[in-house]
Write a protein that binds this ligand. Structure first.
Ligand SMILES: Cc1ncc(COP(=O)(O)O)c(C=O)c1O
Length: 406
């Protein structure tokens, strides 16, 4: 037997709070509205079975070798063609397939920043990106969003102030332009254009994280920020929200010299050539426009069900922007409410959500909450919102009792 001596972890780990699991707790009855999961029935199991068999029959050994068969090239071509819809014209050397867009966020961050460099983000923003930026030991500054997305005017003001005071400028600006996670809003065309101009003027890069762009209920979308600034934007997207997150396939589009550096930092080899081979075959059978209409036929009624249940059970107590696509509703409660205070009670009552503070840098956003409307069916969503409202009003009453006693 060895006597175990104490060990220490790398100093790299920032003090980030773990954001609990959607299914945590002992409640089998739990309705998860927390994480951004697609509708389980939308996952293309039958098509995937056919695609896997085809991949093995046509490219078997190559698909299982390190460098792969024709899959990776086909996927790049698919990305190239599909990107034209957002007015992105990109040759192959500008496209990199990554293990989900999460990996692309990590690679671009480490390619363009050193510890201590500034990354500017939206408030609120995707907590996965915040974690990546923190792990890269960058300094974060946030700017609010409104109904038209990021307040680009405030970004511009801060850039001017920085220059006037001789202070450092950001290296990166991270933006989720469509169906923002969690806000659900879209960055207006005028702001996209202005942000791209600022990136040239003040020499920073924009990470345009377009994970939700395809999920537009009315099928509309405006040109990508990339189309206004291809030398200063790295565009990211993913198959996670339109096919399946388990594929772990996403992509980055940017200047070839940036993509080359990202490839050096990508130490896990090529993104699964096997999965790319299977996905190539899947995409042959799948008309993407039909797939999007199919997803919308599931998601729009779920969003509507959530909106009407919130109106029914919360009335004027909460406000929210009604999104025209994406995965999330972002609720705003009265300012004295801290939504993390009744999360445990909600889990016991059988509903999960993500408390607002996780989408901000620090000590902010307590009176918000993110709900995902894509995972559960309409009647389940209705029940979940009822449970949430019961829990919330119990909490409000308990605060009042405490205040009265004091
Ligand atoms: C805005 C945003 N970017 C990126 C991701 C990560 O996607 P992927 O599964 O491609 O890593 C998500 C997933 O929730 C997201 O909401």
């Amino acid at each position: 037997m060895h006597l175990l001596k104490p060990f220490s972890f790398s100093k790299r780990f920032p003090e980030t709070e773990v954001i609990g699991s959607a299914f945590a707790g002992n409640n089998d009855n739990l309705i998860p509205l927390s994480f951004g999961f697609p509708a389980p029935e939308s996952l293309p199991v039958d098509k995937m079975t056919v695609a896997t068999e085809a991949a093995m029959k046509t490219q078997g050994r190559q698909a299982l070798a390190y460098s792969g068969g024709s899959g990776p090239k086909n996927i790049v071509n698919w990305i190239k063609e599909r990107s034209k819809l957002r007015e992105i014209i990109a040759s192959e050397e500008k496209i990199m397939v990554t293990a989900g867009s999460s990996q692309a966020i990590d690679l671009i961050t480490r390619t363009l920043t050193d510890p201590g460099d500034e990354i500017w983000v939206e408030a609120p923003t995707f907590f996965g990106a915040l974690k990546t930026f923190r792990l890269a030991e960058t300094k974060l500054v946030s700017f609010p969003i409104d109904e038209d997305g990021l307040r680009v005017d405030l970004v511009e003001q801060e850039l001017i102030t920085r220059v006037n005071k001789g202070l450092p400028l950001p290296k990166l600006m991270y933006v989720i332009p469509n169906y923002q996670n969690p806000g659900g809003v879209n960055l207006s065309l005028a702001r996209k254009r202005r942000l791209a101009e600022l990136a040239y003027e003040y020499n920073f890069f924009i990470i345009e994280d377009d994970a939700y762009v395809e999920l537009s209920f009315d099928g509309t979308f405006s040109p990508a920020i990339y189309s206004f600034g291809p030398e200063r934007v790295v565009y990211l997207s993913t198959f996670s929200k339109i096919i399946a997150p388990g594929l772990r396939l996403g992509w980055a589009i940017g200047l070839p010299q940036i993509i080359e550096k990202m490839k050096i930092l990508k130490v896990d080899g090529l993104t699964s050539v096997y999965v790319q081979e299977v996905t190539k075959n899947l995409l042959k059978q799948m008309d993407m426009d039909e797939q999007i209409s199919y997803l919308n036929s599931i998601y729009l009624p779920r969003k509507n069900a959530m909106v009407s249940a919130i109106k029914q059970y919360f009335g004027e107590e909460v406000s929210f922007h009604e999104p025209n696509g994406g995965f999330f509703l972002w609720l705003t409660f009265p300012t004295h409410i801290d939504t993390s205070e009744f999360l445990d009670a909600a889990m016991i009552a059988g509903v999960s959500y993500i408390a607002g503070k996780h989408f901000f840098l620090e000590n902010e956003g307590f009176h918000h909450m993110r709900l995902c409307f894509t995972f559960c069916k309409e009647d389940i969503i209705h029940e979940a919102i009822k449970r949430l409202a019961d829990t919330y009003y119990d909490h409000v009453n308990s605060i009042q009792v405490i205040e009265e006693v004091n």
